[in-house]
Every structure is written in C-alpha cells, then in structure tokens.
Write a protein that binds this ligand. Sequence first.
Ligand code: ZN
Length: 430
Amino acid sequence: MTLIDDLCNFLDSSPVNFWAAETVRLRLEKQGFEHLDMRATWALKPGDKRYVMANGSAVFAFVVGDGGAAAPFDIIAAHSDSPGFRIKPHCQMPGEAGTRLNTEVYGGPILYTWFDRPLGIAGRVALRSDDPLHPDMRLVRLAKPLLVIPHLAIHFNRQVNEGNKLSKQKDMLPVIALEQQNSVDVIRELAAIQLGVDPDDILDYELGLNICQKATVVGDDNSMICSGRLDDLSMVHAGLTALLESADAPSVHTRVLAVFDNEETGSGTKQGAHSPVLRNILQRITLCLGGDESHFMRAIAGSFMISADNAHGFHPNYPEKYDPTNHPLLGGGPCVKINANCKYMTDADSSAAFMAVCERAGVPCQTFVNHSDSAGGSTLGNILTSQLPLRGVDMGAPVWAMHSACETASVFDHEATVKAFAEFYNLYPA
Ligand code: ZN
C-alpha cells in the first residue's frame, strides 16, 4: 500500500476526534506499543514502546530513549479534532416536513460547505455501569448516510451568490427522516442497535457529524488529495507513521507523539494542549527512569518539539490574501509558520533546526507568514509552551480551504512531511 492510500484509510477511519484517537491506538497496538493507565504504577526501561490515552480523544505515544533519566524528548504534536457539528441532548425536532436534529457548532467550520452532502454520525456513548462515576464508554459510528442539511433553493433568495449570512441555529439543522419521528429517540435507538444494548442504558452521548465522502486523490497529475479533516489528521498520520517507522531503532532521546484534542476550541480541556497532560506524562517517564525534578528540567531543556498543524497554502484565486514573499505552495513541501507577535512558537533557532532536519531528509521547506493586515489563527505550539518551556517550531503541510468540510492538500507535501518527521525521530541513534 502506498503512503497516500494509507493516509486515505486513516482519514476514512477517523470521522471525529474519538475515532481518530482510536485509529491511532489500533495502529500503535499493532506495532507493539502497550497501553499505560495514568491510575496505575509504571515501570519503564529503554526501548519500551508505550502509550497513554486521555478522555478517549487524545493519545500520547512514546519510545523510551537510551539516554537515562535526563534524556531529552523529541516531540511531534498534532490534534485529533476538526471543526464541525455536535448533536445536542434532546436533539429530535419532528415536524411536518420531516425530523431534524438539533446541533451545535464545534470550532470554526466554513458552514456552507456542509450543505447538501450525505452525512454520517460518529462519536461515543456513555452506558450505565455498576460504578456511577465510571460509565461504560463505547465508540459508535453510524457510517451509513443518515443526514442531510438541505440548502434553501435559489428561487427563494436570488441574492444568495452575493453573500448569504447563515444562522447556526436556523440554517444548519440536518434532517434525519421525512417521517415525523415522535415516538422513538432516534439517536439512542440507532446507537443501541449498533452496540447491542438497551437504549435506556445510554445515559449520554458525544456525537458529531461527518461527511460521508471518502478521501480521494484528485488531479490530472494525481497531485492533490481532497478529504474532510486533513487539518489536522494529515499531520497526526505523518507523525504516527514516522514514529512507527523509527520505533524499533534505538535512540538516545525519548521519542514522543502527542495527539491533543480540542485545539479547534482553544485547547482548554484536560485533554488539550493548555492542560498539564503532556507535562505529567513526560515527568512520569523521567521519574520512572529513576530521575528527579532536576533530571526532568534537564530533559526539558534539551528537548525539541515539532508542533504540526496545517498551514494556509497559496490559493490561486486569492493571491492578494497572502504575504507577498512568504506564501507556501501546495506541492512545495512542509512549511514553517512564523509570527512576529509570537502566535507561533517558531523563532530563528527552532526554524533553522527544522530546516536543517528537512535538508537532511532531502525535502524542501517553505515559510508561511500572515499577510500583515490579517490576524491569522493560533495553534498548539505556544499554548504548550505555557506548560513546558520547550524549544520548538510550528509547522505544517499547506492546505486549501482550511476548515471546509472537504479540504485539499498535496500528495508530495505529505510524503515530504513524513520523511522530515522520520529524520527528526532518527537524529540521535543509540
Ligand atoms: Zn489545525
């Protein structure tokens, strides 16, 4: 299987954050990584391949280095979540023209890219268990096309193509059936059937919508890939692939892949980059290797992080939106993201380090800086540095239509990113 076929499978298996984490977990398990529970005691030795889950939606995998308790961490960080829609409790809205579901917007999707597409439902449900504080959490994926958000016909709004303001509550509700479904709780019913449980045992759920369109290679030269959730699952895939490729080769440094959740809403959850979740895990690794707080500080001081989140590729229709001299092209390789006001963690030291890694890997590296009149987004890097004073770089492969239901990236850039990440994980062989 080619790397790009593998990426497509990865994207298709990961309709929402929980499933992205599960896809990562399954691949880690297949390659001999063992699960560690934060509630248990740990024993670690060099070469051990382990992972920790947080909330079922974030994954932290590592290979213990040979360098002792103060061995630095070589970290690649990315995020599992993507903008979209979350189904509200008491979601069913039956009416004359069919049954709609009440939803809430998650993060910042481009709303109108979600119209008129077959949509599926995926996420997790919480089942009643013997221990009230620990419900039985189960993944659910209703993959068949179940929903559509129908747009209003142009005949009712002739100005629609001149710009059309959308209400998240009025315009964006999906229809699940033409029937008026008053009698059953349709979401609980569907989830219960899939899990083989009683619908009454489902105490709550966290379910999101996903487009049913699969990841597809596009272009006369097969150079592009179109898919939902490229931001940031393409970077998760690149980091994971590099880690799995390099995991069995001994390294002085401890190699870490950190897949956080909730980047799209500001990272402020216990499984997000603003929490101490990664810090706690790294600290435990040091302690398990017989180190103390000073070993940990030495390890952090020697560490490097690649914060991998997609960048805006230069759009052929909108050249005026981009910086005149730093606008990465799709197909030009991964790019370093730079901001004078420190919205990115990149500085000359860390960008030079990443560029040198790319050079060693034989791949090109581009630079992204915002057009000075536009604000731009934020990402994981400098949120994480509030928890850990790491050296590191914000980078990503360029994409078009970031936060569209279907984004576009370059096949070459993905291959180049994986090469650069593999080089990074192999910098300090033992
Ligand atoms: Zn992102």
